[in-house]
Design a binder for this molecule. Structure first.
Ligand SMILES: Cc1cc2nc3c(=O)[nH]c(=O)nc-3n(C[C@H](O)[C@H](O)[C@H](O)COP(=O)(O)OP(=O)(O)OC[C@H]3O[C@@H](n4cnc5c(N)ncnc54)[C@H](O)[C@@H]3O)c2cc1C
Length: 611
């Protein structure tokens, strides 16, 4: 047997030094007793498996407890987590400190109690340091506990470390971040505070970007984030800050490449799995505000149609929890095989708890039947998951929208008349997207509506045609970009995009060489809002941010046009270089306002990648 050890950025294979036959043997080892890991371990143990849980902290629950992210943001109900949450609420009613969401201390206790009662052997303050492997089969783990190296064998090992720490050690294929610059979503240093007798958890300022598996970056991120003025008020007399959370707030990290991958592009084409083990439910909650660097699919949704606030239900198959090419290992949590674009939806706590339950259940079935996890019969797994509510068929349906503070199930439109009325309204996003989905007969109508006397219809039709790749939209899009059309739709509850910005993005997407002059002028004067009444909302809050958005979108549009027209390469490259030496761009790089961290970091990345 071969022991593969990874220590800070170094990977080497050494033979296991001890007597393998003397190692303790478990059915299942769960690495990371966090949001997903707790429910994976609990489910497997309740099916009668001998389970070992290894957690580097001194408690379980991960980001939802030690990370102080104790509120739920969407996700679907059902599953065994509800049983534990009810017990937490009972403790709160019996006098535990009330919090927004669920009290993390009570949740730590309830989770631990449930694990112990079901027979899970917990090892806290134990950090996984190596993987026992026989060829491509994972046979167990090594970890350090109280300064001592330990090891154990298992039939199946689960990577529930959030960051794919175990899969990384075995050399599993990984993905991280977006295509443009590999960036993941911003991290946060979380700081709980008591306000009006209630523990609030809102202090998670987006602190920039970092790579959690790079020890140096991790350390710097902890210190830099915690040192931000936001977290260090001059006067503490009016604020009851409880400290900095034990876990850094990591929204995204390395994701395994699984047997199946859930991708946003497939979701858009209704190519979703027909064998889900749970549904994830949320909006595409991307915290990044440098949307110009995201994929075209994500920008179609967020920038062209302003659909940030629309919630979607995403079916997740077991295959996305099975690392390609390896036996005896599964992943659960935010590190499963999901593309970056849709990972901003498939990460909410309720759903990650369900992911843990589904994977724990699949592992139990595989072990009980003596088969590989790849051979687990879906019908049997489904029956078990339906029984606990982890899988609910009612979660399968459609998209969700908000009106007057209430969520309701919505649908894409399929009649030209409904699309026309939608385009005319101040909530045009659903109509824009519906028209883009249908294409065909509506495309012709959209072309006619370009000359509609109603400006909303004409301009929103241009956005829909832009998504469809129809170049007849170009004259209106150029006009909207030139004017920096300040109209902001009300499609989403926040993150709606000024229409001028949507137009700039689409000019690049359509590779419009005639728009080069307009785009270059935007680079020269990005903050010029033409004296128009601009409605600042939560996405763009200052004039600097306004300039940043126009600047980055114009630069990316030009770089797309440059790629399509070699004869324009020299001119556009010259303009981009000039723009990145401009006082405006320098001011982005030097912006010290903490709200503008994302601007500073994004500008730095842009300089690296847009040469
Ligand atoms: C700042 C922030 C705010 C968020 N807000 C919300 C929200 O409001 N609502 C919502 O529903 N979701 C929210 N989320 C998303 C959600 O909290 C996470 O996606 C989810 O908790 C991730 O679960 P996980 O099991 O993958 O990881 P985690 O819960 O982080 O669990 C990973 C566990 O593995 C352990 N571990 C890691 N490495 C090792 C090792 N080598 N050895 C042993 N143990 C190890 C860790 O200590 C941890 O306990 C937020 C996330 C962040 C970061």
């Amino acid at each position: 047997m071969l022991l593969r050890i990874k220590s800070q950025n170094r990977q080497e294979n050494i033979s296991f030094p001890g007597a393998v036959c003397e190692l303790p043997v478990y059915d299942l080892i769960v690495a990371g007793l966090g949001t997903a890991g707790v429910y994976a371990a609990l489910t497997a143990a309740r099916y009668g498996l001998r389970v070992l849980g290894i957690e580097k902290l001194n408690c379980c629950g991960g980001t939802g407890t030690a990370g102080d992210v104790h509120g739920y943001y969407f996700g679907t109900p059902g599953g065994i987590y509800e049983e534990l949450d009810d017990k937490v609420r009972e403790m709160e009613e019996a006098g535990y400190m009330p919090v927004v969401g669920l009290n993390p201390e009570a949740k730590k206790f309830i989770c631990e109690q449930a694990l112990v009662e079901s027979g899970v052997e917990i090892h806290y303050e134990s950090r996984v340091t190596g993987v026992l492997m026989e060829e491509n089969t994972i046979r167990g783990l090594c970890w350090v506990e109280n300064g001592e190296e330990k090891a154990a064998l298992a039939k199946i090992t689960l990577d529930c470390t959030g960051e794919s720490g175990i899969c990384e050690m075995i050399g599993c294929r990984m993905e991280r971040g977006r295509a443009f610059d590999g960036q993941i979503q911003p991290y946060s240093v979380v700081q709980p505070e008591i306000i009006n007798g209630l523990v609030e958890f809102y202090h998670y300022l987006d602190c920039g970007y970092m790579d959690a598996l790079d020890a140096g970056e991790y350390a710097k991120a902890c210190v830099n984030g915690a040192c931000l003025p936001h977290y260090n008020p001059e006067d503490y007399s009016t604020r009851r800050i409880l400290g900095i959370s034990m876990l850094l707030g990591l929204r995204e990290g390395r994701r395994i490449m699984g047997e199946e991958t859930v991708e946003l592009s497939d979701y858009f084409k209704d190519r979703v799995t027909d064998h889900p083990v749970f549904y994830a439910y949320s909006n595409l909650d991307n915290h990044g505000r440098d949307l110009a660097f995201e994929s075209e699919g994500l920008q179609d949704w967020m920038v062209a149609a302003s659909l940030w606030g629309i919630n979607i239900s995403v079916p997740v198959p077991l295959g996305s929890c099975i690392p390609q090419g390896y036996e005896g290992i599964l992943a659960a949590g935010r590190n499963i095989s999901i593309g970056h674009d849709i990972a901003s939806c498939v990460r909410q706590r309720r759903d990650m708890q369900k992911c843990g339950e589904a994977v724990g259940c699949a592992a139990a079935l595989a072990i009980q039947k003596g088969i590989s996890v790849r051979e687990v019969p879906y019908e049997e797994l489904r029956e078990r998951l339906l029984a606990t509510g982890c899988l609910r068929e009612t979660d399968a349906v459609g998209i969700w929208d908000i009106e007057d503070g209430k969520w309701y199930r919505s649908a894409w439109l399929d009649r030209a008349e409904d699309i026309y009325q939608g385009l005319k309204s101040h909530k045009p996003g659903i109509a824009i997207w519906s028209a883009g989905r249908i294409g065909g007969f509506v495309e012709q109508q959209l072309e006619e509506w370009l000359s509609d006397s109603d400006q909303n219809v004409a301009r929103n039709s241009a956005l829909a045609l832009g998504i469809l790749g129809n170049r007849k939209a170009l004259p209106i899009l150029r006009c909207m970009a030139e004017e920096r059309d300040p109209y902001v739709p009300c499609t989403s509850r926040k993150y709606n995009q000024p229409r001028g910005l949507s137009a700039v993005y689409l000019l690049g997407r359509l590779k419009d060489s005639e728009a080069v002059g307009i785009l270059e002028r935007i680079l020269e004067t990005p903050e010029d809002d033409r004296g128009q009444e601009y409605r600042y909302d939560q996405f763009i809050r200052t004039k600097k941010e306004y300039g940043f958005q126009f600047f980055t979108h114009a630069a990316m549009a030009l770089s797309r046009i440059r790629a399509a027209y070699p004869e324009l390469e020299e001119e556009i490259t010259g303009k981009l270089k000039e723009a990145m030496k401009s006082p405006f761009f320098e001011s982005l790089l030097g912006d010290t306002a903490e709200d503008a961290i994302y601007i500073r970091v994004a500008a730095g990345n842009m300089r690296k990648f847009l040469k």
